[in-house]
Design a protein around this ligand. Sequence first.
Ligand SMILES: [Zn+2]
Ligand SMILES: [Zn+2]
Length: 280
Amino acid sequence: MFIDSHNHITPWSRDALQSREELVTSAKNNGLWGVGISDHYDIGSYTPDGLEWVFDIRDYLQSFVPYKKTLSEARKSDELSFAVGIELGYLPEYEDRLKAIMEEKDFDYFIFSLHCIDGACPGDAGHNFYTGSLQEDHERALEASIKGLTQFPDVHIFAHFDYTSRYAPERKSKMLYKDFPDHFDRLFSLLIEEGIALEINTGTIDYLRRRGYEGLAVFPDEEIIKRFLDLGGELLTISSDTHGPIHHQRPIRETLEFLRYCGVKRLAYFENQKAYTHPI
Ligand SMILES: [Zn+2]
Ligand SMILES: [Zn+2]
């Protein structure tokens, strides 16, 4: 199988409903080789109750660094590897604070995310991100991703590139390569040059399925994956982005099969801020 680097646990992620132990048990049952936690750190974003999506970095590291286990250590003892990451939600006004967190050497990896763009959050109905056509809204997100990643070349994983397709008002909301070839080429060139992994997020696949996509159409556009490979992309991850037991059924095996079908030969994982890959 592979290592799933993108998961959330309580109380660190405000929307999570699982403990570290529950996550590890479920991952073991699903046949994964290892898991990583990547709790939400979204400076300047608030829950409806007014709580900021941040936590104490020192407490977090102290709580979980003792559980760190590399894949080679794990294999000796027939256990799962365990890594400590964080999902940094990018907002341009907090670049300095986010960069300060990236000074912490105990993290295995930094996941770069855009949950809000220009003050509007696609996942939050009240913020009304979707003000243009579907194509305009997708384009705005891709443009913001490229801009943000340009400022953060030292991150390790770029999460859910297709986040805006999850919540768009249009039912058929999937992002297609043919609609944004220049954006995808710029994005992929940047990822490849900086050694940042492209994440295939099964959370988005789940959303597409609920929107009526079927068969292979539930997965990201094949052309997107193939273009990434054609440009020389070698670092790809599959994430289940679990927040609780309800997500433990996400289609990780099917996504693995889909990537094989697209020509992907290896998947990436990160330990002590170094990239590794294994064949699939
Ligand atoms: Zn996210
Ligand atoms: Zn996440």
